[in-house]
Each structure stands twice: as structure tokens, then as C-alpha cells.
Design a protein around this ligand. Structure first.
Ligand code: MN
Ligand code: MN
Length: 267
């Protein structure tokens, strides 16, 4: 069963803090009576036992305790996986995907990650940190925590990260190459990492790094629906309530969450 897990953590953000407040806001938007609980593909998330919620992790979210917090994230995700649950975490900055994948790699050695983002997040280090939210996929690929990494919506590639992508064999689908539905036909288990800044900031202003020229909410849903392969888990990261406008981005994050949960339940 898909199980939501809140990760209130943003100390590895390079620019603005704020995503630690995301889990509560996304849950609130998901529960809102402004919309019903059915997904577009016909799954009723309001049905008893459709999905579970494991609450928020108790994290320190301070620079001195990043190691402890990462260990707690890995432990909690591993515990859900051991119970046969499919964790869907609500971040948090994108650095949390690294400890999450450490837990996933033990259970799913043949995992393909589908990573939606404006940024490749492949820096070897960023501003002196190797656990920055700009680095998680460098750590994940170095430690071979996934078999394949498919990145979608990238529009900030630079020289260093292009070298990193080549070094790790990352399959980068840049924004200008979309739509790319065929690239999402995956064999085997899939992990979806959804950075909210893949969306154009016109649709989702509540993020720390606004990068114009992104996908619409409609295009995001179409690509999520196009995924083939079993979604074993997912995260939604980088929603920053401090930057949001009248809760618009929380509503969008909740919509993305609904469609991911629906796909998982249908499988
Ligand atoms: Mn990211
Ligand atoms: Mn990003």
C-alpha cells in the first residue's frame, strides 16, 4: 500500500529555506474539500485503505545533525519497505532523496529512477557541501543505488554536470526535447522523484529556484500517466511554502501526489 511519509527538512538548501514546511501544507491541500478524492485515471483515494500516512519524521534539521537525520530517513523508509509498504515521501529539499534511495537500493537492486526536475542535481559538491540539494544524484549514481537514472525537464545543464551525466550514464531528457512519453516505458521497478521546480514557475511559484520555461501541470500529469513499470515509491520535493502564492503550489503538489498515488494503486 502507498504510505505517505513527511520529511520536514531543508537544511541542505543552497538558496532559501522553507521546504521543511511542505509536508503539512501538501496534506492540507490533499484533504481540502475544494476537490474530490478521485484521480483522473479513476482511483478513489477516499476509499478506506487506499493509502496510509506514517506522519512526519522527527528530524533536527540543523547543519550539525545532517548525518543523524539522513540515518533516520534511511531507517524509516527501510522500515516501511520491510513491511511491504510503498513509501511516498513529502519533502523537504531534494537532498533527502539520497538517504531514501539507500533504503530502496537494498530492496530493489534493479531500480530505475524517473527524476522530474529543472536541475540535474549532479554536482560533485556545491558551495562546499557534498550533501547539498544540488548533489543527490551524484551520490546515488556513485554508490550505484539505481540501475538507471532518467531525468526529465532539465533546463539548467552546465559543463560540469554534463560531464557528470556522461560519467554516470544518466539518461537526460532536456526540457526542449519534451514530450518524451516513450522514454518512460520502463521494465521493472520505478522510483519517481518529483522536484516541483520542473514545473514552470507560472504554475508553481512556491519553490526556491524559479526556472522559467518549464512544463505545465497538464504535461506533468501526462508524463506521470505515461510511466510503465511498477512504481515502488516516490518523493515530492522542493515545495517551498514561503514562496507560495495563495496556496497555489500546495494545491499543485497535492494534485501531483494524487496522480502518483493513483498510478501506484492501479498497478
Ligand atoms: Mn532537485
Ligand atoms: Mn530543481
Amino acid at each position: 500500500m502507498p504510505t505517505i511519509l513527511g520529511i520536514p527538512f531543508d537544511v541542505n538548501s543552497s538558496c532559501l529555506r522553507g521546504p521543511a514546511g511542505a509536508p503539512a501544507k501538501i496534506r492540507e491541500a490533499l484533504r481540502s474539500d475544494a476537490s474530490n478524492k478521485w484521480t483522473e485515471l479513476g482511483v478513489d483515494l477516499g476509499a478506506a485503505g487506499a493509502f496510509a500516512d506514517a506522519g512526519d519524521l522527527p528530524l533536527n534539521d540543523s547543519p550539525e545533525s545532517v548525518g543523524d537525520d539522513f540515518a533516520e530517513i534511511e531507517r524509516a523508509v527501510g522500515k516501511l519497505l520491510a513491511k511491504g509498504e510503498a513509501p511516498v515521501s513529502l519533502g523537504g529539499d531534494h537532498s533527502v532523496t539520497y538517504p531514501i534511495l539507500k533504503a530502496f537500493a537494498r530492496r530493489y537492486p534493479e531500480l530505475t529512477i524517473i527524476h522530474f526536475d529543472a536541475h540535474p542535481d549532479l554536482y560533485d559538491e556545491f558551495e562546499g557541501s557534498r550533501v547539498s540539494h544540488a548533489c543527490p544524484f551524484a551520490r546515488i549514481m556513485e554508490e550505484r543505488l539505481a540501475k538507471r537514472l532518467v531525468q526529465v525537464g532539465i533546463r539548467t545543464m552546465n559543463g560540469h554536470q554534463r560531464e557528470q551525466a556522461a560519467r554516470f550514464g544518466v539518461e537526460v531528457v532536456e526540457m526542449r526535447a519534451l514530450p518524451a512519453f516513450d522514454r518512460l516505458k520502463i521494465r521493472g521497478p520505478v522510483y519517481v522523484s518529483f522536484d516541483m521546480d520542473v514545473l514552470d514557475p507560472a504554475f508553481a511559484p512556491g519553490i526556491s529556484h524559479r526556472e522559467p520555461g518549464g512544463i505545465t501541470v497538464r504535461e506533468a500529469i501526462a508524463h506521470l500517466h505515461a510511466i510503465e513499470g511498477t512504481i515502488a515509491g516516490a518523493d515530492i520535493v522542493e515545495y517551498n511554502p514561503v514562496q507560495d502564492v495563495s496556496g497555489m503550489t500546495a494545491t499543485v503538489a497535492a494534485k501531483i501526489l494524487k496522480e502518483i498515488l493513483g498510478k501506484m494503486i492501479m498497478a
